[in-house]
Design a protein around this ligand. Structure first.
Ligand code: PDD
Length: 287
């Protein structure tokens, strides 16, 4: 099926969708993005994603390319044109195209907006969640503003490639103090032997995941105690269970870290319960 990609006001055929060679997203990674889950044809947690997009744009002094209502329309129209019922929609806003110069271009340079939607196979993700995934730990070599969701993702690509080389699906990034910051494209969680759910607090070292926030809401609604504090790799290895959260996978159990089984090597009950309950606490208001 031919797919259609939104680029600067027009929906183009997938093979023909293109941005300018001097787009600052391409040349400098001077762009921010969001990945929103689509479930049953509806956007999941769209308000939180668009709030974070606003924060990312503001942090980089990139002007909002259009109103929130217009952005939502683009998201929905991209989903509709691509007939995505379950999957993700990707939205990127760069500072725009201008002759290459490190300094920002004039204010009248319009941001570039790209939106594309992709179907996923929910049954395949469910099967992965039923088995759990392996992660590999490695040093976090990213910059000091990981709270801004920029397309500057090379360290994450390197980390994922290294994880894959070891048969792991995700990388857990570790700071100079031996504390896990987050996954290469997910937030990291453990359940301690005492049953406490732990995840790193928001700050410049991590992306404040939308799924992370909705899982915090879900845990609160289920009466499960969560402590927001950093944890070490050793604590994760000794944990009762571990899991990651992201828009593309919601709650995904982690059953192995650096080749060592976590708990009994199977997805834990807390992760599975949060995964099952997540949909009840996420926002699905927008069709
Ligand atoms: N990644 N941390 C990082 C570094 C991420 O890239 C992501 C998301 C998350 C989880 O955030 P959220 O729950 O809002 O998806 C945490 C997306 C899915 C991606 O880049 O594909």
């Amino acid at each position: 099926m031919a797919r259609s990609v939104y680029v600067d006001g027009r929906y183009r055929r997938y093979a023909e969708a293109a941005i300018h060679a001097e787009d600052r997203g391409f040349q400098f990674g001077d762009a921010v993005y969001e990945v929103v889950e689509v479930r049953d044809g509806r956007l999941v947690d769209a308000p939180r994603h668009l709030d974070r997009l606003d924060r990312s744009l503001a942090a980089l002094s990139i002007a909002a390319p259009m109103s929130r209502a217009a952005l939502r329309h683009v998201l929905h129209e991209t989903i509709r044109r691509n007939r995505v019922r379950d999957g993700t929609v990707y939205l990127q806003v760069s500072r725009g195209a201008a002759p290459r110069d490190f300094a920002y271009p004039a204010a009248d340079v319009a941001p570039t907006v790209v939106c594309l939607a992709r179907a996923s196979r929910p049954e395949r993700i469910a099967a992965t969640a039923a088995a759990g995934i392996a992660v590999r730990t490695m040093p976090d070599i990213r910059w000091g503003r990981c709270d801004i969701k920029t397309v500057m993702l090379l360290p994450a690509c390197l980390a994922k490639a290294e994880a894959r080389r070891h048969g792991a699906r995700e990388a857990w990034l570790v700071d100079g103090d031996g504390l896990v910051t987050e996954g290469a494209s997910s937030n990291a969680w453990i359940v301690t032997p005492a049953g406490e759910i732990v995840t790193r607090p928001r700050g410049p070292e991590i992306l404040a995941g939308v799924t992370r926030q909705t899982v915090l809401d879900t845990a609160a609604a289920l009466g499960l105690a969560v402590v927001e504090r950093p944890f070490t790799v050793a604590e994760a290895l000794a944990a009762r269970e571990t899991f990651i959260t992201s828009a593309s996978n919601t709650v995904m159990p982690v059953v192995e870290i650096d080749g060592a089984a976590i708990g009994d090597g199977r997805p834990g009950p807390v992760a599975l319960r949060l995964r099952e309950a997540f949909g009840r606490y996420a926002d699905h208001a927008s069709k």
